[in-house]
Structure formats: C-alpha cells, structure tokens
Design a binder for this molecule. Structure first.
Ligand code: SAM
Length: 232
C-alpha cells in the first residue's frame, strides 16, 4: 500500500512494474481526470460508463457516489483481470467519501460472485477477465463515457493501441467521450486517427490528462470551472 499526497491510499503492481495512481493523489486523480469531466460533459439523467480497468475501484466507486449525490442514474461496467486483487479489496482502506456512501462489503460480494450490484439509482457490473475480450462483447453505441485507466502505455500496450481506440469509438454513443490520465502525444495521435476530438485537460498541481470526444464538441461545450481545457 502507498500513501499518496492527498492522503488516499493506492498501490504498486510488481508484475506490471507500475503504480495504480499518480503519487499526487489517487482520489484527486480519479475525481479530476475522470469523474468531473464525465459528469460535466454528459448532460443526461441516465449515464452508462465503462471503467477500463477496475484496479482498486476508485473510478467505479466514485461514479456511484457522484450518481447518488447528484441524483443521476448511473450504470457502471468495469473489467479486471487480476482476480486475487478483487478478492482482497473488501478490506481496503478507502477514503471516507467512498466508505461512508457505499456498501463496500455487499459490492465485493457481488463482484466476486459474478452478480451485478444494484442500488436505488445505480448499478455496478464488474467482468472478471481480459478487457480485450470483454470490450468485443459490448454493443455498439452503448456507452456515454469510457474511463481509459489501464497501466501506462508502455506497460499495458494492447490497451492503448489503434485497435483498442477503434473499439472504444465503436462502443460509444454519438456524443460520448473517453477520459484518460495520459497526455502522451502518441496516445493522442492514435485517438485522433480513430476519429476522436482531443482536448488537453490542464490542472494546477498535477499532470495534464486528455478528454477524447466523439461527435462535434467545442470548447464552449465544456465547463471549465474546475480546470481548463485546450482543444488540440
Ligand atoms: C491503473 S490500474 C486501474 C486503476 C483503477 N481504475 C482505479 O480507479 O483504482 C490498471 C488495472 O488494469 C488491470 N489490467 C491490466 N491489463 C488488463 C486486461 N487486459 N484486462 C483487464 N484488466 C487489466 C490491472 O490488473 C490493474 O488492476
């Protein structure tokens, strides 16, 4: 376990030789690079999110929390290949914004027994297996948002290549979007080649992220109160 600068706890994966989150903060990375852009850009009362990949669950869980707080119906789909990680996480010291709002034990009981977690206004469905297989089974145009949150492009190459971004384009609806912590030129070039519009997400205290949009989006469509976007 690793304490990040915002006090939230993350981890390091020896097999991939990579961190699960930015050392500046697991919580703020998830909130600023995924949750706020997602809830900001999709102006709907029912949002379908694909979280690639589940990892420690910050993105999926915070989506359920934000859904609860904003009275929006959210269906979160996620995928995770590391089954032993999923078995250990019910004891993970999640930040209070997660543990105070969600029934963590019931959620992990569902995840580890292949059941969908259903709450009053939200659901979480975690597929235990390979994201590359899972994404191929998904219907075209089904999702509003994809959180692209695999390990870094050099460590998790198959989840950052052209084939993968074409799949993401296929499963997103007309005005859907991909959020990612990566600001790598190579990733942005691939996403642009696959048809996405590319926006740089700038933050005061940590590394830029990228918002990849499907359909025509202009800078005025994005609320830049919490941070600024630059269209590239
Ligand atoms: C950076 S972490 C995800 C962090 C997570 N989104 C969170 O909020 O805590 C990357 C995760 O991708 C998983 N992973 C890597 N390759 C995968 C694959 N092909 N299919 C499914 N999961 C994969 C790893 O096991 C790891 O848990």
């Amino acid at each position: 376990m690793i304490y990040t600068d915002d006090g939230s706890i993350s981890a390091y994966n020896d097999a991939y030789n990579d961190y699960y989150h930015d050392k500046k903060g697991a919580l703020i990375e998830s909130i600023y690079k995924h949750i706020i852009p997602a809830f900001n850009i999709i102006n709907k009362s029912h949002i379908r999110i694909l979280d690639i990949c589940f990892g420690l669950g910050y993105n999926s869980f915070l989506s359920l929390v934000f859904a609860k707080k904003s009275n929006i119906k959210v269906d979160v789909y996620s995928v995770e290949i590391d089954l032993s990680l999923l078995k250990e996480l019910h004891n993970f010291p999640y930040p209070k914004i997660i543990s105070n709002y969600l029934e963590i034990d019931r959620i992990f009981d569902c995840i580890n027994n292949d059941k969908i977690f259903v709450d009053s206004n939200s659901s979480l469905n975690v597929f235990r297996g390979d994201a590359l297989y899972f994404i191929n089974t998904l219907d075209s145009g089904f999702f509003d948002i994809v959180y692209q949150d695999a390990f870094s492009p050099s460590k998790n190459q198959l989840l950052w290549n052209e084939k993968h971004f074409l799949s993401l384009y296929r499963i997103l609806g007309d005005r859907g979007a991909v959020t990612t912590y990566s600001s790598a030129k190579k990733v942005r070039d691939i996403a642009r080649f696959c048809g996405f519009g590319i926006f740089d997400m700038k933050f005061a205290n940590f590394k830029n992220g990228t918002l990849c949009t499907k359909g025509i989006y202009d800078i005025k469509d994005l609320d830049s109160v919490k941070f600024s976007y630059v269209k590239l």
